[in-house]
Design a protein around this ligand. Structure first.
Ligand code: NAP
Ligand code: GDD
Length: 334
């Protein structure tokens, strides 16, 4: 029997990687797209999955659209990846962030409970919920206390507990993936890794003189999105719903990311090429994230495959290719 998946956030970074995995496994994939005058399918195009996905229009903040879509698509698995996911914007957009990331999850859980209660539900939870809990050299695990430090993290904490609560109250199969930062060539351009990859590529090609960034000392546990969507799928193949932390176990600073990215294009001394701009600093920073995903390893058999250096090279190479293609198009136009 062919399985059906309902995936929100299909046009973001993780949605296309997950859709690729599910289509390869023979799933029918419905992808939720919010209404835009000019919808952008560049990420599903990049991974070659646009034609395999059945796109449906709706919005996490519109409960009626979710009730109608869960009723009509009858999914076996629901992956809620949609969110206002940029931490830096969440102070200025606190209400929008809360409505999509917190209330939106309640609406989707309700839609599943009413129309497809046997569906397995995945919620995209986040290491941001830990804040600076393990700053004193410790690593985060499923048992580390939460201390969210942004409206984004607070909204995600509400969704985390609501996901747990639907499991405990109604016996539904729900799972939280507490994912640490994961990146790829289709990472949004405002996130620090992609901003660096694109900036380095443009500097190398003589198209830009510098990159402006905020806190270079922040440390993150960066993995590859293609690896992390496998963990999402594995969580829903278990006999019962549970919560799992997903990370690489390594932490690196923004500075180290810069070192690796510039080194890859043969630039050793990048100090003069990076400007620190206070506009990119946050009112409350999460200084260090480093996760220990032993539970995912033992129970799901999941391990990351792509390491830090390979990830940086993959992202810089992809941006070099994109920038060269653009230059080629311009030359052709002349
Ligand atoms: P992303 O690239 O920012 O994608 C977010 C997606 O959500 C986009 O497709 C966006 O559509 C959609 N969306 C936003 N608001 C919506 C709404 N109100 N209704 C319906 N769709 C809406 O995020 P990502 O990096 O793929 O991350 C996927 C999920 O994992 C997010 O929930 C994020 O918070 C969480 N997460 C990410 C990471 C990470 O490191 N990437 C780590 C932990 C958790 P439009 O673009 O059309 O607006
Ligand atoms: N975006 C950005 N831009 N971040 C910068 C910059 C800059 O110019 N300069 C320094 N940083 C620092 C941020 O202050 C932060 O400490 C770190 O780089 C990473 O920032 P982001 O790439 O924006 O990611 P994030 O860690 O805030 O959030 C991402 O990961 C979370 C999981 O831990 C997002 O994908 C979230 O949605 C996700 O939940």
């Amino acid at each position: 029997m062919q399985k059906t998946a309902f995936v929100t956030g299909i046009t973001g970074q993780d949605g296309p990687y997950l859709a690729k995995l599910l289509l390869e496994k023979g799933y029918r994939v419905f992808g939720l797209v919010p209404r835009h005058s000019n919808p952008n399918f560049s990420n599903t195009d990049y991974l070659g999955v646009t034609s395999g996905i059945e796109f449906v229009t709706g919005d996490l903040t519109d409960e009626g659209s979710l009730l109608q879509l869960i009723r009509s698509t009858r999914p076996d698995e629901v992956y809620n990846l949609a969110a206002q996911s940029f931490v830096g914007a969440s102070w200025d957009l606190a209400r929008l962030t809360t409505e999509a990331n917190a209330l939106g999850v309640l609406y989707l859980l309700n839609a599943v409970k009413h129309h497809q209660p046997t569906a397995k539900f995945y919620q995209a939870s986040t290491s941001e919920m830990f804040g600076n809990s393990a700053e004193d050299g410790g690593v985060q695990t499923e048992r580390t206390p939460f201390h969210p430090r942004s409206p984004y993290a607070i909204s995600k904490l509400y969704a985390y507990w609501m996901t747990v609560n639907f499991r405990e109250s109604y016996g539904m199969f729900t799972a939280n993936g507490i994912l640490f930062n994961h990146e790829s060539p289709i990472r949004g351009r405002e996130f620090v890794t992609r901003k660096i990859a694109e900036g380095v590529a443009r500097i190398k090609l003589g198209l830009e003189e510098s990159i402006s960034l905020g806190n270079l000392d922040a440390r993150r546990d960066w993995g590859f999105a293609g690896d992390y969507v496998e963990a999402m799928w594995l969580m829903l193949q278990q006999s019962h719903g549970d919560d799992y932390l997903v990370s690489t176990g390594e932490t690196h600073s923004v500075r180290e990311f810069l070192d690796a990215a510039f080194a890859h294009v043969g630039i050793a001394d990048w100090q003069g090429l990076v400007k620190v701009d206070p506009r990119f600093k946050r009112p409350a920073e999460v200084n260090v994230l480093q996760g220990k995903s032993r539970k995912a390893e033992e129970r799901l058999g999941w391990k990351p495959k792509v390491g830090f250096e390979e990830l940086v090279r993959m992202m810089v190479d992809a941006d070099l290719e994109r920038q060269r293609a653009r230059l080629g198009e311009k030359a052709f136009a002349v």
